[in-house]
Ligand binder design. Structure first.
Ligand code: ATP
Length: 285
């Protein structure tokens, strides 16, 4: 697989604090990577570094460009939705399309219009007259109409209702994603994107604490509902976390022997959210 994005030992300090700390990450064509971490973990700073929006130490390569020194050329091939994305209230959808057409060589007005035709946004609608969800849809129409190989999304569905969030991700897969492209996405709502992710990177205190394909991660971690008589035996297998609810103890294991696990209870595959909580707990305690 062709590498589209790579970060090598990337760090960023604010004062004495390293908010991004020696981050290594590569993203290849066809990958949809979730960068997941608690508030203040360094997700946005990582994205800003790879978009050349902030200075950093270390090496970043995006489609052969160095973001710090070749930002303008790089951004012709990279599309980006920021969590603080703001469009001016007075502008109409039509004016926005014309503006994008005039500044971006890879923007297709036809694509944007066909996307907007599936929404309630008219070409004469002003941004100020749209709901929050509609503004995100308008933004998405602009982004999806750019023939970019790399798409970077920072909390793209923040503040949207469940239906609009689902719609956002299905549009993303249908209208943008192909095997030649990659998507890097940060979100707190991991349950909602786990079905579309090919890979996940967990970040805490600026450090990547786990980076794996979702396929491999689900083979590696197991959840076991342990019956009371097997609790001490299960504990000796060193679970990452242990939770008791209505008399049943559920333990999360990382790389434990599968026959030993099936000997102490009912084994199932955890969700990415379960794994995230387990890995973060291990890093904290
Ligand atoms: N301009 C800045 N000056 C000083 N500190 C900053 C600046 N920008 C970010 N930080 C700090 O860097 C750390 C990482 O912030 P960042 O926004 O990257 O986190 P995040 O993982 O995106 O968080 P969230 O999920 O809350 O959006 C935080 O401790 C934040 O306070």
């Amino acid at each position: 697989m062709e590498n589209l994005v790579s970060l090598k030992k990337v760090s960023k300090q604010y004062g004495k604090k390293a908010v991004v700390d020696q981050v290594d990450l590569t993203i290849s064509a066809g990958q949809i990577v979730g960068l997941v971490g608690p508030n203040g973990a360094g997700k946005t700073t990582c994205l800003q570094s790879l978009l050349g929006l902030t200075d950093y130490d270390g090496e970043i390569d995006v489609l052969g460009f160095e973001p710090k020194s070749q930002r303008t050329a790089m951004l012709e091939q990279v599309a980006y939705i920021a969590d603080v994305a703001v469009l001016p209230k007075w502008i109409t959808a039509n004016q926005l399309l014309s503006y994008m057409e005039s500044i971006h060589p890879k923007f297709s007005r036809e694509k944007a219009e066909s996307f907007l035709a599936k929404t309630n946004i008219g070409l004469t609608s002003k941004v100020g007259q749209l709901s929050k969800g509609m503004v995100v849809q308008l933004h998405l129409a602009l982004i999806l109409a750019i023939d970019a190989q790399v798409l970077v999304l920072d909390e793209p569905t923040l503040g949207l209702d469940l239906l609009t969030r689902r719609q956002f991700y299905s549009h993303l897969l249908e209208e943008f994603y192909t095997e030649e492209k990659c998507i890097l996405i940060t979100t707190h709502q991991i349950e909602e994107i786990e079905h579309i992710l090919t890979d996940v990177a967990f970040i805490q205190d600026g450090k990547i604490v786990l980076a794996e394909s979702t396929e491999h991660i689900k083979e590696r971690f197991k959840l076991v509902a342990v019956s009371p008589e097997n609790e001490s035996q299960a504990s000796s297998l060193k679970p990452l976390t242990s939770n008791r609810l209505m008399g049943i103890t559920t333990m999360l294991f990382d790389n434990a022997d599968s026959s030993a696990l099936s000997g102490v209870g009912k084994v199932s595959t955890p969700s990415l959210a379960d794994i995230f909580v387990g890995v973060m707990a291990k890093e904290v305690y």
